[in-house]
Ligand binder design. Structure first.
Ligand code: SF4
Length: 288
């Protein structure tokens, strides 16, 4: 991977990004890797020497690492204070072998003695106000699966989301704006059967010979559905369920929902393998 620094970001930030200590241990896949689209993983492996990433696009990851490191220290301090009474597990990597023989690992941010599992994430207020992302729900349930393979039980799943763009002024002015930069999001705990099925499906899709194309959701599709009322202004939504919620709030009148060409935010601006992606390049009409 080639790391560029187009905006002259100070050297210490560049070094911090270069020294990312992430390690999934002796495993074929990490939980986060399995949740990722297989096309991204494969293109990244194939074109690793040619992928160019600017430091500015990695700063948000540095923030995430910083928050995790600080909270890990605090959770360990809390455990020390509680001494023998503490049964919390903080920042520990677990391993399991799937029945296909695939080795999977995942690092749990915090598992409390009562089975509550907390995952820390850094994102934006926009994300906090949207319905829970399906890949986050899947990720936490895959952690619950991993714990189960290690004879531990997750009884409750929560994401503690740090909103990096939170504004005190907007919290005072805007209805529905989070009143704190930390938003706790409850994550549905799936049945064991559903967790098993999901892990099976992700292992299968990541180990299949043919590469599956990315789904609209994986591409962060925006505005793919347009709700058109009989009278008044139409409005675009990212999912059918969001369009339905908006329509149901109106209670009266006829509505039509049209499929629109969505904007693929990840492909346009955030996918580091977009220059090598046949799906994206093909759609833009410039496949090589
Ligand atoms: S460019 Fe888009 S379609 Fe291609 S790998 Fe990236 S996210 Fe998937």
């Amino acid at each position: 991977m080639i790391l560029t620094n187009e905006h002259g970001i100070p050297e210490e930030f560049v070094r911090a990004i270069q020294n990312d200590a992430y390690d999934m241990g002796e495993a074929d896949f990490s939980v986060t890797g399995l949740v990722q689209p297989p096309q991204i993983t494969r293109l990244r492996e194939k074109h690793d020497d040619d992928i160019s990433i600017d430091v500015s696009d990695r700063i948000y990851m540095l923030l995430g690492t910083g928050v995790h490191n600080v909270l890990e220290r605090v959770n360990r301090l809390l455990a020390e204070e509680q001494g023998m009474n503490s049964s919390n597990i903080a920042e520990e990597r677990f391993f399991a072998t799937h029945h296909s023989g695939t080795k999977i690992s995942g690092a749990i941010d915090l598992l409390k003695g009562d089975g509550s599992m907390i995952d820390y994430k850094i994102s934006t207020v926009y994300t906090a106000r949207k319905p829970l992302k399906l890949d986050w729900e899947a990720q936490l349930n895959m952690y619950a699966w991993l714990l189960r393979q290690n004879d531990l039980e997750a009884t409750k799943l929560t994401i503690d989301l740090v909103c990096k763009d939170w504004s005190k002024g907007k919290a005072k002015r805007e209805a529905g704006y989070p009143n704190s930069p930390i938003v706790s999001m409850s994550v549905p705990l799936w049945s064991e059967e559903r967790q098993d099925r999901y892990v099976d499906s992700r292992v299968a899709i990541h180990t299949a010979e043919a590469t599956a194309p990315c789904t609209n959701e994986e591409r962060w599709a925006r505005g793919g559905y347009k709700a058109v009322p009989g009278k008044g202004k139409s409005k675009k939504f990212d999912s059918l369920s969001e369009a339905a919620t908006w329509i149901n709030r109106h209670k009266t009148g006829g509505f039509t929902v049209l499929d629109e060409q969505p904007q693929f935010i990840r492909c346009e601006s955030w996918c580091e393998v977009s220059d090598f992606c046949p799906q994206w390049k093909g759609e833009k009409g410039n496949a090589s």
